[in-house]
Design a protein around this ligand. Structure first.
Ligand code: SF4
Length: 458
């Protein structure tokens, strides 16, 4: 297990130092959440679509083994070479061996959070392969040497002025230019050159149809298509949970995905890939990466229904105020906080606690995952397994003892009120993590019980 460097609270503390950024980040994501609401309300059958998507995914998860074998057989029949990878190491080694065999040293990559999970870029760069992320947001993050902070909007935490600086430093644009259209045009010219010179292209997979052996990639920039169509070797990396049984099910998910993600009726490009064109080689890597372990955890298996729309992040008050990078995991926000402890419980023990459990995430989820209930469940597992921070465990024990009897409750209440009223500096100091970011409440002179005992006979 990896060592924990900084937990969510410490990383969030760094993010919230810049109050203006927090307000702007919060507002930008809430604006997208509102667009999602309007898009959902414009479809009378929205709830029926969510229910259908949820049921289809239930079926997939219950029969994953069979669907995967069906998919593999059809993909192979279509002329695509199938590989299976149990973890990141195997996945990365497969990609490298494909490139090495062809003598390819440059690759373009688009829309694949899975390869971020696998740290593919670092792996290939160490072995002399040049990889460029073609999605504009991911490209900006790559230039700035940072991972994406959001699964749909990778650089949502950056201001346009910061992006202008990054472009100036790495791509030689004029200093001070921050107009989004100018920067986008510049990036497009630069990336076009990348597309036409790379012999290999790797994409992620949004949906994989078991019955036909095809897969669908959704983008707004068309970057996946450009890379894939111009390449001599095309590679697709997909998590094994991306399966849907039949093509007719696709419409349900495509209608839900873009509306939930950005409020658009549909992503601009929903491209189907089925077989290699003449002279092209296609590879598909099916990756487990802890997914079958999660499938075996009854309380958390529904998290595998996720279609990565990002809607739970846009609505989460904690995500909006603390920024995606504070989750120290490829998939951030509420769903990331469910997926991450499955990968490494010790390293990610803090994440299920980074939630108010308000339930807003579950309300917006297009596949009806009970996100907040799973977060609550993880908290119990993490404490039982002994991975919770000592301060948290002591706090919970103290609270359990306080609430265990009327006498202890009233004694602690009295002591607390006395401290707050007579020596407030005992709690209002920088050693109290609660006080560091909040005001301590004014304390009443007496408890409700005491007031009631005095006044009930009046
Ligand atoms: S858990 Fe639901 S809301 Fe969150 S990203 Fe996945 S599908 Fe979207």
């Amino acid at each position: 297990m990896e060592k924990v460097e900084k937990d969510h609270a410490a990383l969030a503390e760094e993010f919230i130092k810049d109050e203006e950024r927090v307000d702007w980040h919060d507002g930008a994501l809430w604006w997208i959440r509102q667009k999602r609401d309007m898009a959902a309300k414009n479809i009378p059958e929205w709830e029926a679509l969510r229910e259908a998507a949820s049921q289809i995914k239930n079926n997939v998860l219950s029969n994953l083994h069979d669907y995967l074998l069906e998919f593999e057989a059809n993909v192979t029949k279509n002329g695509i070479k199938v590989h299976w990878a149990a973890d990141a190491e195997e996945h990365n080694a497969i990609v490298y061996s494909i490139l090495k065999e062809k003598g390819i040293e440059q690759m373009v990559k688009s829309k694949s959070m899975l390869t971020e999970e696998c740290h593919l870029n670092e792996y290939l760069i160490e072995r002399g392969i040049d990889v460029i992320n073609s999605d504009l947001g991911e490209y900006i993050q790559q230039l700035d040497n940072e991972p994406p902070s959001h699964i749909v909007l990778p650089c949502i935490h950056k201001r346009k002025e910061e992006i202008g600086e990054i472009f100036h430093e790495h791509l030689g644009t004029e200093k001070g230019v921050s107009d989004p259209t100018t920067l986008t045009r510049f990036a497009r010219r630069h990336l076009r050159n990348v597309f036409v010179t790379r012999r290999a292209a790797l994409t992620g997979v949004n949906f994989a149809v078991a019955a036909t052996g095809e897969y669908v990639v959704c983008t707004n920039e068309g970057n996946a298509d450009m890379g894939a169509h111009l390449s001599e070797v095309q590679i697709a990396s997909m998590g094994i949970e991306k399966i849907i049984p039949q093509k007719k099910h696709l419409g349900i998910f495509l209608r839900l995905l873009a509306r939930s993600a950005t409020g658009q009726p549909i992503t601009i490009y929903s491209s189907h890939f089925k077989k290699p064109r003449e002279g092209q080689e296609m590879h598909l890597i099916l990756v487990d990466m802890g997914r079958s372990r999660q499938l075996g955890r009854p309380d958390f298996r529904d998290s595998l229904k996720c279609i990565r729309c990002g809607s739970c992040m846009n609505t989460c008050p904690v995500y909006r105020k603390s920024g995606g990078l504070s989750y120290h995991n490829t998939v951030a926000g509420p769903i990331g906080a469910i997926l991450a402890p499955n990968l490494d419980m010790r390293k990610h023990a803090d994440l299920p606690f980074a939630s108010t459990l308000c339930g807003s995430c579950s309300n917006v989820c297009p596949v009806k995952i009970n996100i907040h209930e799973q977060l609550y469940k993880w908290r119990q597992v993490i404490v039982q397994e002994g991975y919770a921070a000592n301060t948290k465990v002591l706090g919970i024990k103290a609270m359990a003892w306080t609430l265990s009897s009327p006498t202890s409750y009233s004694t602690i209440g009295k002591a607390g009120r006395w401290v707050l009223n007579n020596i407030p500096f005992a709690v209002n100091n920088k050693f109290n993590p609660w006080y560091r970011q909040r005001d301590m409440p004014d304390s009443p002179k007496e408890s409700f019980g005491e007031w009631y005992a005095k006044n009930e006979k009046k």
